[in-house]
Design a protein around this ligand. Structure first.
Ligand code: ATP
Length: 317
């Protein structure tokens, strides 16, 4: 049985359909990421799943039991589903240890393990006004986890973090699933956060699920340009252009990622093109190559080429 079952959830806000007949299941310890443009309805959906917003119709089942909405109970939320919103904040001018011990229902050893997992043990003596955004977020997370939830839902947890705090939070999330055995769901705009973390990615647009699948499927076989664009650059080839590279498109457009092309001097099975631009991105280069009036973006680990040079372009099959 799935831990979470979202069945036909819909919600209107101010007369607009914000969540439109959403259905999916999440197994215990399965990591689910919800991606989608701003305004796609991700936050509204997370609030409904965690019992913080009322759906107009549909059912959320957690462990086989219906999650009750805020209009049906006095205190909103579900005791086994922790929800970290984008607007979380800590009470001002308190010591961190006062805040977390106030919430504590764990033994001393269990709490110590949790502080270590959340990487806040060195912050316990600090006042809440003496913390960075990333540190405050991990303390807010710890205050949720101290109540021993079975599921953790995070809304855009990486959105305001620098790369260092992003990496710390990623390690914390790995431990939350691995060591604490808590099932996690999160939303993110950034493909680096969703693709590398999730077992399953759900892509939303205008309140609907557009595509659901493994990160590999979503990245390499996006159902449309919206999904392709959410997860990085892509080249769109019509069937004739695809045929130049030996790809049978069956009358459909084909989307190929920049790293699916290679540039070489080997003309075998290749199409000739002229390099228009080369840009450096740190760990890779990108070349724009004009091939039969189509601009192809090619990703390369090293750059051996010059702008204006004639090269051969292949698809890495
Ligand atoms: N209380 C509200 N009143 C009016 N409109 C709302 C309200 N809450 C959400 N909306 C609208 O519902 C839509 C979906 O909002 P939601 O926050 O769920 O999207 P999102 O995908 O999480 O976006 P973001 O990534 O920017 O947080 C948006 O168009 C938003 O303006």
């Amino acid at each position: 049985m799935a831990l979470l079952e979202v069945q036909h959830i819909s919600k209107h806000i101010a007369g607009n359909l914000i969540v439109d007949d959403i259905n999916f299941k999440q197994g215990a310890l399965q990591k689910v990421a919800i991606a989608g443009e701003s305004g796609a309805g991700k936050t509204t959906l997370l609030k409904i799943i965690s019992g913080h917003a009322q759906a107009d119709s549909g059912t959320v089942l957690f462990n086989g039991k219906r999650v009750i909405g805020p209009e049906e109970k006095l205190l909103p939320g579900h005791k086994e589903i922790a929800y970290l919103s984008q607007e979380h904040d800590l009470l001002h001018n308190y010591k961190v240890e006062e805040l977390v011990w106030f919430e504590n229902q764990l033994t001393h050893d269990e709490a110590a393990t949790l502080f270590e997992i959340c990487q806040i043990d060195h912050l316990l003596k600090r006042k809440t006004d003496q913390l960075s955004g990333g540190e405050k977020q991990r303390i807010a997370l710890c205050m949720l986890l101290i109540k021993s939830p079975k599921m953790l839902i995070l809304d855009e947890p990486f959105s305001n973090l620098d790369p260092i705090h992003t990496d710390i939070l990623k390690a914390v999330l790995e431990d939350i699933t691995g060591r604490l055995q808590i099932t996690c769901m999160l939303t993110s705009h950034d493909p680096h956060d969703t693709l590398s973390w999730a077992d399953e990615v759900i892509v939303m647009k205008e309140g609907k699920i557009i595509q659901q699948g493994t990160p590999q499927t979503i990245y390499h076989k996006p159902v449309n340009e919206y999904v392709a664009g959410m997860f990085g650059k892509y080249n769109l080839l019509n069937p004739e252009q695809a045929a130049l590279f030996g790809i049978e498109a069956n009358g459909k457009n084909v989307m190929l990622r920049p790293e699916e092309f290679v540039i070489s001097t080997n003309a075998k099975e290749a199409v000739k093109g002229i390099i228009q631009k080369i840009s450096f991105w740190g760990s890779f280069y990108e070349a724009e190559v004009l091939v039969n009036d189509v601009k192809i973006v090619v990703r390369m680990m090293r750059n051996e080429w010059k702008v204006g040079e004639e090269v051969c372009v292949n698809v890495n099959k």
